[in-house]
Design a protein around this ligand. Structure first.
Ligand code: 48F
Length: 260
């Protein structure tokens, strides 16, 4: 026996009232991050913690991006210093010291704790949302938000017009395909953005380069994580995740500084 009288229409009304309030409230944000992988969720945590109104838009119905698949679906994520310090101190993640400067983490713990910390800091996550395009402004040219619709509509390949989310800063955290940088470059040649495409593996240099090149690519648009490698033609690093965390933290610091 439940203690209240439930009707189908009352269930629907509860969903509609609450969901539409959320979509209304988040039609305009400080920062819109595309992708709930390791770099996007790390960035979200530091941005929300700094008091910025932050939303993460994720195409799948789950968090984590490439974390869950880890290395060939083996249940172990490798990271190195200084990401090890950050994950331990800021996210409370347990590390196992494997020697050679490498640590391992349980992928499920990494997914859950990045998501919980980002959420508790104030990030809003919307799952099942496909970001298909950016909003632009002229004089000077800049990215001013996103055009989005439900992933199910995209999967069904049905034509529909998107709805919009305005943002002071957009973060491409979409991983290897750098989807937001690509659509921005393709549709806005006036912005002069070139996406060079990721190179083959060279882990020793790739980890540092991704963090070094993290940041603004055109006004209003920033890249983090593997999207950085795609934009700048950097080598991939394979199944080591330290730079994803460092890149997420770095992009947050740059945006916090720019939006001040
Ligand atoms: O791929 P992903 O984990 O990106 P990341 O943060 O981390 C890369 C690592 O996982 C790994 C690696 C490092 O060693 O090589 O691959 O750079 O997460 C990207 C997320 O973005 C979502 C996608 O579903 C995934 O969860 N995504 C991609 N394109 C879109 C999107 C889009 N257009 N709209 C919404 N979500």
């Amino acid at each position: 026996m439940v203690g209240v009288s439930i009707s189908e229409s009352s269930i629907t009304r509860a969903i509609m009232r609450s969901a539409l309030k959320i979509l209304d409230e988040y039609s305009s944000v400080d920062v819109a991050i595309v992708g709930a992988g390791p770099s996007g969720m790390t960035a979200a945590y530091y941005l929300a913690k700094a008091g910025l109104k932050t939303i993460v838009l994720e195409r799948r119905l789950s968090f984590g991006g490439g974390i869950g698949g880890a290395a060939s679906h083996l249940p172990s994520i490798v990271i190195e210093y200084p990401a090890s310090e950050i994950l331990s101190k800021d996210f409370g993640i347990r590390l196992q010291d494997m020697g050679d400067g490498l640590f391992t983490i349980d992928p499920a713990e990494l997914i859950v704790k990045l998501a919980v910390k980002a959420m508790d800091a104030g990030t809003k996550f919307l799952l099942g949302i496909h970001v298909e395009d950016v909003i632009t402004r002229d004089n000077p040219p800049r990215v001013a938000g996103l055009a989005v619709y439900w992933s199910t509509i995209q999967m069904a390949n049905m034509h529909t017009d998107p709805f919009f989310i305005e943002a002071k800063a957009v973060v491409d955290a979409t991983g290897h395909d750098a989807e937001i940088a690509n659509v921005t470059a393709r549709k806005n040649p006036n912005m002069g953005l070139k996406v060079l495409g990721e190179r083959s593996a060279n882990a020793a240099i790739a980890e540092d380069l991704v963090v070094k090149y993290t940041g603004k690519v055109v006004n209003g648009l920033y890249v983090t994580g593997m999207a950085v490698a795609a934009v700048y033609g950097l080598p991939r690093m394979g199944p080591i995740f330290g730079s994803m965390i460092m890149s997420g933290k770095r992009v947050a610091e740059l945006i916090i500084n720019d939006l001040k």
